[in-house]
Write a protein that binds this ligand. Structure first.
Ligand code: DOR
Ligand code: ZN
Length: 452
């Protein structure tokens, strides 16, 4: 195919309207958009009849944990990228809490080299901050493939942690680009973790890592961004209190994101799903979930991510509180959100702006996230008609489970396309898992970020 194709009769989700039409891809770019159709195949061009399907820009998931290097039993760049492609995700940004952590130029270069050989999608990587690696952070500034600095202000999976004010100030005052913070207050966390040590019921997780933990750290990160005039992205916002506070305090320097699962689950799902729904920051309460929707709709929250954090079911079988925090999600986020759209919670255009255009804007990824002539042909053709119940066996993540098992979802990607090449295929009504079409390393490029 080499980046040429013609898609006919799709419902095109364009930035300003939804219309039936055709789209031609030439040399991996969107060459012609023809509302109303009328494009004819040229010179044996590969042609898809997309009647009944919706054409969306490929999803950009700017928050995944693909576990390479260090934990190949959970995920690696190949399995993670394939799972992404299965979910209509054509670009991902991967977090640095690996073994070893990605905290310097050498570890970042190694990840970027591996990704070139193993992924089928576009990719970028965060560099992890430690209390004393400002030189390393500076050494990767502006490097292709490095999207920002990740700061764990509170401890979570792995040992990356920077919580003392002087160390945070050092990072904010001596680096450029985007700082992405996991905002939970470490001292409050530690006090509460010992206070809650006797609790073995899953509800204790959200009580222990409470809204105040998150709110304190979010305010602190926002203060640092203001004081040092630094771009800040607050990852996985979970509470009504933080989201409401950001309405008046976000300013131009701060962006934020919400996870699919925080828009979908509440305390009742946590009771039902148990440790499968265990993550940091926690799934909270109905009121938080509904406020996150409200703040997404009013633009306070910029984008939707998955925090795809695979842990094996064996590790999860330790139960609460021993089980590791995190759940897979990169391959289900688009169907979950499109199911919300079909159910009337938002529009398909909203989903595109939150999952495609939003992340591209936050991280300064050019020519991606929208169906516009001249943009890269990263696309997904989804079926919004057929509802299917997903099970663990349908997944591509190495850990082979999903917190959405048993849920009836629509919006399954029938084709996922990267630079005009098909990377994942499903048949309408066929196997939910579908087929990974591309050879690892044959498609997908390292991303460039114009803010870093
Ligand atoms: O639940 C989580 N899991 N939260 C994080 O911050 C990290 C992630 C992981 O890597 O497992
Ligand atoms: Zn994360």
């Amino acid at each position: 195919m080499t980046g040429h194709m013609l898609i006919q009769n799709a419902s095109l989700i364009l930035p300003d309207r939804v219309t039936r039409g055709d789209l031609r891809v030439t040399n991996g770019s969107i060459a012609t958009i023809a509302p109303g159709g009328g494009l004819e195949p040229e010179n044996g061009e590969y042609t898809i009849d997309a009647t009944g399907l919706h054409l969306l820009p490929g999803v950009i998931d700017p928050h995944v944990h693909f576990r390479e290097p260090g934990q190949p039993e959970k995920e690696d760049l190949r399995s993670g990228s394939r799972a992404a492609a299965a979910g209509g995700v054509t670009a991902f940004l991967d977090m640095p809490n690996n073994i070893p952590n990605a905290t310097n130029r050498a570890t970042l270069e190694a990840k970027i080299d591996l990704a070139a050989k193993k992924t089928v999608t576009h990719h970028g990587f965060f560099v992890g901050a430690t209390k004393d690696n400002v030189d390393d952070l500076q050494s990767v500034e502006g490097m292709d493939g490095v999207c920002g600095i990740k700061v764990f202000m509170g401890s979570s999976t792995g040992d990356l942690l920077v919580h003392e004010q002087k160390h945070l100030e050092d990072i904010f005052s001596n680096t450029g680009g985007i700082i992405a913070t996991h905002a939970e207050d470490e001292s409050r966390l530690q006090t509460r973790i010992s206070e809650y040590a006797h609790r073995t019921d899953i509800a204790a997780h959200a009580e222990c890592r409470d809204v105040e933990c998150a709110f304190l750290a979010t305010k602190r990160a926002a203060g640092l961004a203001r004081d040092y005039d630094h771009r800040l992205h607050i990852v996985h916002l979970t509470s009504a209190k933080e989201a409401d506070w950001l309405v008046a305090n976000k300013g131009d320097l701060i962006t934020t994101e919400v996870c699919t699962q925080h828009l979908t689950f509440d305390q009742d799902d946590v009771e039902e799903l148990g440790v499968r729904a265990l993550m940091n920051p926690p799934i909270r309460y109905t009121e938080d979930r509904e406020t996150l929707w409200k703040r997404l709709k009013d633009g306070t929250i910029d984008c939707i991510v998955t925090d795809h954090a695979p842990h094996t079911l064996e590790a999860k079988s330790a139960g609460f509180p021993g089980a590791p925090a995190g759940m897979p999600g990169v391959e289900t986020s688009l169907p979950v959100m499109l199911t919300h759209a079909v159910g009337g919670k938002c529009s398909v255009t909203d989903v595109v702006s939150w999952m495609c255009a939003g992340p591209a804007k936050v991280y300064g990824i050019e020519k991606k996230g929208s169906i516009i002539e001249g943009y890269d042909a990263d696309l997904t053709l989804v079926d919004l008609e057929t509802h299917r119940i997903i099970s663990d066996e349908d997944t591509w993540t190495k850990v082979r489970w999903t917190p959405y098992a048993g849920r009836d979802l629509t919006g399954w990607p029938i084709y996922t396309i990267v630079d005009g090449e098909i990377v994942h295929r499903r048949e309408v009504g066929g196997s939910l898992k579908g087929i990974s079409v591309a050879e690892p390393g044959s498609t997908g490029r390292v991303l460039k970020f114009n803010r870093f």
